[in-house]
Design a protein around this ligand. Structure first.
Ligand code: ZN
Length: 237
């Protein structure tokens, strides 16, 4: 199960996301194989269930954890926002801030591989050309075709060759390969989405169950959880 709350739309976007992931895998294959070890579609078991990571690239220049999105429209958001907006011609939608989502993936890796717990892992968020990015973030948020350029822009040695080998092997071992377990993961995600949808229909916070209240800020109208600041769930309306 994904640790974070997942919107139903995110699930529907899975198929499109798959196309995006393929585009990224293709580009990552062009990296020098001796320098960069690539793992695609990694499913890891975590304390809360499981988490799926689109791509992990391991090199002496760092460990890169990549999340790919294939949304269209204008994508607007900031580093620390809970949700980002997808602005389409006739409507706005919410998507969970992919930086936060990917931070969850990074945490899962750190929890499972103590060796890199205190090292910096680089997060990269990629969007396909269907999107127009209007994002203000420290984390790399860019287009799929820029992925190798970004990875290669890191030139400081941070890991030894032995460490790279060990981390790669460890992740390969931890990656859940069985069809049965992968299917169980998808089922759990579906259930989480369903539960969240149910709560939203009842005007309840999908994260803590608290009532949702209409609020207004200088950025516009939104719905927030009554348990703020303990719960920071927000929904743009
Ligand atoms: Zn809440």
């Amino acid at each position: 199960m994904v640790i974070s709350f997942v919107f139903i739309r995110v699930y529907k976007a899975k198929i499109k996301g798959y196309i995006g992931e393929k585009q990224v895998s293709k580009r990552l294959r062009k990296l020098n194989k001796r320098k960069y070890k690539v793992l695609n579609n990694v499913l890891l078991k975590t304390a809360n269930g499981s988490t799926q990571i689109d791509h992990v690239v391991i090199s002496i220049y760092g460990v890169f954890v990549i999340e790919t999105k294939n949304y269209k429209g204008i994508i607007k958001g900031n580093e620390y926002d809970e949700n980002w907006s997808q602005i389409l011609i006739n409507k706005n939608e919410n998507l969970r801030n992919p930086i936060k989502q990917n931070n969850g993936h990074i945490k899962a890796i750190k929890d499972l591989i103590p060796e890199i717990r205190y090292k910096k892992i680089k997060s990269i968020i990629l969007f396909s050309k269907r999107a127009r990015l209007n994002v203000n973030a420290v984390t790399d948020v860019t287009y799929i075709n820029k992925v190798n350029k970004i990875i290669k822009s890191y030139k400081t040695k941070e890991y030894t060759i032995e460490e790279v080998e060990r981390i790669f092997k460890k992740l390969e071992e931890l990656n859940v390969n069985s069809f049965k377990e992968r299917k169980a993961h998808v089922k759990n995600v579906k259930r989480t989405v369903k539960n969240a949808e149910k709560k939203l229909k009842k005007n309840r916070c999908p994260r803590c169950g608290g009532k949702l209240k209409k609020k207004k800020s200088k950025y516009g109208k939104f719905k927030g959880c009554k348990n703020y600041p303990n719960c920071t769930f927000k929904l743009n309306t």
